[in-house]
Design a protein around this ligand. Structure first.
Ligand code: ADP
Ligand code: MG
Length: 248
């Protein structure tokens, strides 16, 4: 079977700082991976490399068997586009367009990038707003939404491109605690629908609940990977246990 994500010996340096050191992993279709680890361990850089928001210094990235990067070099622009169009990313700070309504935020990328009629795109935007519980906010502007609502709009917007893979970089870290639940519920629903996801999170109980596997990143490498029962209940490495004692 082809892995949906295949990363081999991925390296990334910023100047003399080695941020990712020979990171290798596979993700299977429908898997949910929680990525945990201390600040500065390379979690964001790893996710960003997967959709070419960073250049990399070495290694190979394959998405659904197709080479996005080989031996440290990304494919040509057209191939990058073709591959990364199948992936969506949701950021800590939502990154919504403030001058556009919620519905226009959802429709912008598909209208620009997809050869579909406005009617179909419109219909899909209403469907996904319903899915994240925001049918009544189609005409609102981001400034008039709570943080939790903004993040749900960002998730709906990512779904508009009908991605096969969703990447989340600390989707609830900018939210007041009482708003994290509504966002985590949407992500959990996507997990139940078998969306392939990699989720960088500090929400350990959420990771334990939804992840099929947990990657513990430390100092530029995936130090330990395994099912949540292993990582949270019976970690092999002392540094995994030490990290979890600090955050839980
Ligand atoms: P995490 O998401 O786990 O907190 P990051 O991937 O953001 O870690 O960062 C890993 C390391 O790379 C940190 O030391 C950070 O300061 C450094 N870093 C990240 N982005 C840049 C950049 N654009 N230029 C220089 N250093 C960077
Ligand atoms: Mg980060």
């Amino acid at each position: 079977m082809t892995h949906i994500i295949e990363v081999n010996q991925l390296r990334k340096s910023f100047g003399t700082l080695d941020v990712l050191k020979q990171v290798s992993f596979n993700v299977e279709p429908g898997e949910v991976i929680a990525v945990i680890g201390p600040s500065g361990s390379g979690k964001s850089t790893m996710l960003r490399s997967l959709i070419h928001l960073e250049d990399i210094s070495g290694g190979t990235i394959r998405i659904q068997g197709q080479a996005l990067a080989e031996n440290g070099s990304y494919a040509g622009a057209a191939d990058i586009r073709k591959i990364t169009d199948r992936m969506g990313m949701v950021f800590q700070h939502f990154n919504l367009f403030p001058h556009l309504t919620v519905q226009a935020n959802l429709e912008l990328a598909p209208k620009t990038l997809k050869k579909e009629s406005s009617a179909i795109i419109r219909q899909r935007s209403l469907e996904f707003l319903g899915k994240v519980g925001l049918s009544d906010k189609a005409d609102a502007y981001p400034a008039n939404l709570s943080g939790g609502q903004k993040q749900r709009v960002a998730i709906a917007r990512a779904l508009m491109m009908q991605p096969e893979i969703l990447l989340f970089d600390e989707p609830t870290s900018a939210l007041d605690p009482e708003l994290t639940g509504e966002v985590l519920r949407v992500i959990k629903q996507l997990a139940q629908e078998n969306m392939t996801m990699m989720i960088v999170t500090h929400e350990m109980s959420f990771a334990r609940d939804v992840a099929d596997r947990v990657f513990f990143m430390d100092n530029g490498e995936i130090a330990e990977a395994g099912p949540p029962e292993q990582i949270f209940g019976n970690a092999k490495l002392e540094r995994t246990r030490t990290f979890l004692q600090r955050v839980e």
